[in-house]
Every structure is written in structure tokens, then in C-alpha cells.
Design a protein around this ligand. Structure first.
Ligand SMILES: Cc1cc2nc3c(=O)[nH]c(=O)nc-3n(C[C@H](O)[C@H](O)[C@H](O)COP(=O)(O)OP(=O)(O)OC[C@H]3O[C@@H](n4cnc5c(N)ncnc54)[C@H](O)[C@@H]3O)c2cc1C
Length: 380
């Protein structure tokens, strides 16, 4: 059993660390958070350095990173800038993965190199006002009329739609089929007449815009879809383990960032004539954070390793996602506790983690849903 990253992965992580230390200083992270804007400049630089091509195979202009490589990348990215890593996952990885697995050769040739060069961005729209955890009960309707699909309905919680050139839109194309069948993944240009995108205000992850989308008689060409008609839900399921690894990597990197900030602070802050790091109760918190992050990281890389070996790991990836998201939430909470009133101030970074961490327990399946997935596998 080998728990070490290989030489290439270590070199990649070190190069990314140097790049982000230079191009993504904490002042930039704060600016994007305060101004609630997508880190466009950083993504342009990531594209120039070839980092946007990591999840895309060499054949289509990328560097063909494995799931483990991508986990290393996202963990490091999230340590510096969690919302940036989430933007990367949403606007690059989800679409690159879906197109690579289910797109036509023509779509792969035209879209994947553009993603790698940073010329196009994506959003993914599954959730609706009345279908969240029960996502397959979605109601947005797509009807084929001649050579066009006509789409009507409302989507909820679509990240990155403000900056997306395309939205991967899940809609019901067959109302008579069982709910998990009859769903198709459409490729929607958000500028199409009848599409209205409204930005929602939210607690954290401010650089990643969140939207509701209204679709009124939206007409798109018959072939504007990824994968087969009525097979969209299977697309989502097939890539779920990989996507849970990506989210876990973001959580682990961000949790480590909370711990490192807590260590720095508790070594500097003095009360009762000594460093607060020397109080036993502080040390217990630091030790718990270290233990939980270490465990979450091992679960993440076990799962990534299984994905790379094409071994089904529904349970393991759900465990990694659950452990890492709850670890991140607790790390942010403990970080806030250790900083006392200072953590509550906007000029310190822990409050941002505290706001951002909550999404980790919601997106990609809530903690309750992940527990259902794990226990279902256990009771099979
Ligand atoms: C910031 C943000 C970004 C997002 N980005 C996207 C995106 O880009 N694309 C997209 O499609 N979606 C996105 N989502 C939506 C996200 O995936 C959903 O919020 C999530 O799946 C939960 O759905 P819901 O909010 O409707 O909650 P609900 O499903 O209504 O759940 C409410 C509560 O009930 C619990 N619950 C539900 N079912 C069960 C059950 N069977 N057993 C026990 N408890 C249960 C849940 O765990 C939760 O605690 C985003 C959400 C947020 C907040």
C-alpha cells in the first residue's frame, strides 16, 4: 500500500503552489469575495499556463490528468482560494467530464480544446425550486418540435451561469417514462431568446455566482444535447464518484487552510501571559483538526485511486465527501472559536471559511443524502 504522491504529482503541486502564491495572493481572494466576482484574471492566467486543460485528454488539447492528479490540483487550489477551486470544478470539470464521456466526436473536437484554452466556460443546471435532493423529479420540460427542442420551466441554484458560455441543462424529454429515465442533458446557450437568468444573494462563496433560470419557449437545435435523449440521468450517475472526489479535494484543501491559519494565529495571540496555543483546550482543538483532516485526506485519495482504477466506489466517494465536508465545517467553526472576537471581523479570513464551508455540506448531495447513499450500500 502506497500513501505517497508520485514524483509528477509532487512536482505539479509545487509548480501550482508557486503559481498561486504569485498570482493569487490573499488580497486578490478578499477582493473577489468582497466584490462578489468571478476570478476572471486568475482563470486567464491558469489557461495560459495550461492548468485549465488538466481534466482534458491530450488528444483534445489538455494534459490528461488522472482523478488523483485533479484531486492534488484542487486540494492545493482550495488551500489558496476555495471559491476559485469551486469555480474551476463548476465551470471546467463538470462539462469537460460530461463531454469527454458522452459527447459526440464533433463536440469533443470543438468544445474541449476551447475549455482548455479558457475560451468557454460552463454551468450545470439540475436543481429546480421543487426538486433538490430528489433531483430526478425535475419538471422542466423539453419537447421536440421538428428540428428544435422547445424548453419551458424554471431552474434553481445554478452556479456560474453569469459567466457561462453554455449551460448543461437537465430537462424532462419524456413525461411517460419513470422519473429517472426521460431526462436529457441539453447544451444551452444562455443568450438564446426565452432564457432569463437572475442572480441570487447568498451567504458565502461569493465569487461563484448563484442563479435561478426562467425558460420560456426556449428553442434550441435538435442536436444541442450531450449524450443520448432520455439518458441524461445516467450521465449524471456515471460521473458521480469522480465528482465527489473533486468536491472532497476542495474540502480537504480548504480545511487545511483553516488549520494553518489557526496555527499561525494561536502561536501569535497572547492571553494570561502566554500564547493561546499553549492552553490545553486550544491544543485539543488543533489536534482534532489535524486528525480529522488527515483522515479526510486519506479517504479522498483512496477514492481517487479507485476512480483511476475504474473500480466502482459509490460508497467510498460518498464517505470521502461526507467526512471532508463535515471536517471542513468543523475546522472553520473551531478556527472561529480560537480567534475569539477577531474571527468575527470581516478583515480576517476565518469568517470567509465559516461562510463558505456551509455549502460543502449541501452541494453535490447534503450530509443526509450522503448518509443515505453510504447506508444503502452497507445494507445491500
Ligand atoms: C451555493 C449553492 C450552489 C449550488 N450550485 C448548484 C449548481 O450549480 N447546479 C445545480 O443543479 N444545483 C446546485 N445547487 C443545489 C444543491 O445541489 C441543492 O441545494 C442540494 O441538492 C439540496 O437540495 P435542496 O436545497 O432543494 O434541499 P432539499 O432537498 O429540500 O432538502 C432539505 C433538507 O431535507 C433533507 N432531506 C431531503 N431528502 C431527504 C431524505 N430522503 N432523507 C433525509 N433527509 C432528507 C436534506 O438533507 C436537507 O437537510 C447549489 C446549491 C447551493 C446552496
Amino acid at each position: 500500500m502506497d500513501f505517497e504522491l508520485n514524483d509528477n504529482q509532487r512536482a505539479m503541486r509545487d509548480a501550482l503552489r508557486q503559481f498561486l502564491t504569485r498570482e493569487c495572493p490573499i488580497e486578490y481572494v478578499r477582493e473577489c469575495d468582497e466584490q462578489e466576482r468571478f476570478p476572471v484574471e486568475l482563470f486567464d492566467k491558469l489557461a495560459k499556463q495550461g492548468w485549465l486543460g488538466l481534466p482534458i485528454s491530450e488528444e483534445y488539447g489538455g494534459t490528461g490528468g488522472s482523478c488523483t492528479d485533479i484531486a492534488v490540483f484542487l486540494e492545493e487550489f482550495a488551500w489558496h482560494f476555495e471559491a476559485g477551486a469551486n469555480c474551476y470544478y463548476t465551470s471546467v470539470i463538470i462539462a469537460a467530464d460530461a463531454i469527454a464521456h458522452f459527447g459526440t466526436e464533433e463536440q469533443k473536437k470543438t468544445l474541449l480544446p476551447k475549455i482548455a484554452r479558457g475560451e468557454i466556460r460552463f454551468a450545470f443546471s439540475l436543481s429546480e425550486p421543487n426538486s433538490g435532493s430528489d433531483a430526478a423529479s425535475l419538471k422542466t420540460r423539453a419537447v421536440l418540435e421538428g428540428n428544435e427542442w422547445v424548453i419551458n420551466g424554471q431552474k434553481m441554484f445554478c452556479s456560474c451561469a453569469q459567466v457561462a458560455d453554455y449551460i448543461l441543462l437537465m430537462a424532462r424529454s419524456d413525461v411517460d417514462a419513470p422519473k429517472h429515465d426521460g431526462i436529457t442533458m441539453f447544451l444551452l446557450d444562455p443568450k438564446t431568446p426565452g432564457v432569463e437568468i437572475r442572480r441570487l444573494k447568498k451567504l458565502g462563496l461569493k465569487p461563484m455566482d448563484l442563479n435561478e433560470i426562467f425558460l420560456t419557449d426556449v428553442r434550441i437545435p435538435k442536436d444541442s444535447l450531450i449524450g443520448e435523449v432520455n439518458r441524461g440521468w445516467r450521465n449524471v450517475l456515471k460521473t458521480l464518484d469522480y465528482e465527489r472526489c473533486c468536491l472532497s479535494a476542495v474540502n480537504v484543501g480548504a480545511a487545511q487552510s483553516c488549520l494553518d491559519k489557526s496555527l499561525t494565529y494561536t502561536k501569535e495571540r497572547q492571553q494570561f501571559g502566554q500564547r493561546i496555543a499553549d492552553f490545553q483546550l486550544t491544543r485539543a482543538k488543533l489536534a482534532d483538526m489535524e486528525m480529522e483532516i488527515d483522515a479526510a485526506r486519506l479517504l479522498l485519495y483512496r477514492s481517487a485511486n479507485l476512480v483511476d482504477r475504474h473500480i466502482p466506489n459509490n460508497k467510498q466517494s460518498a464517505i470521502a465527501n461526507l467526512a471532508s465536508s463535515e471536517t471542513y465545517m468543523r475546522a472553520a467553526l473551531n478556527g472561529m472559536r480560537m480567534m475569539g472576537g477577531w474571527g468575527y471581523l470581516m478583515e480576517f479570513d476565518m469568517q470567509r471559511h465559516y461562510r463558505d464551508a456551509k455549502l460543502a455540506e449541501i452541494g453535490g448531495g447534503t450530509s443526509e443524502i450522503l448518509r443515505i447513499v453510504i447506508s444503502r450500500e452497507m445494507l445491500r
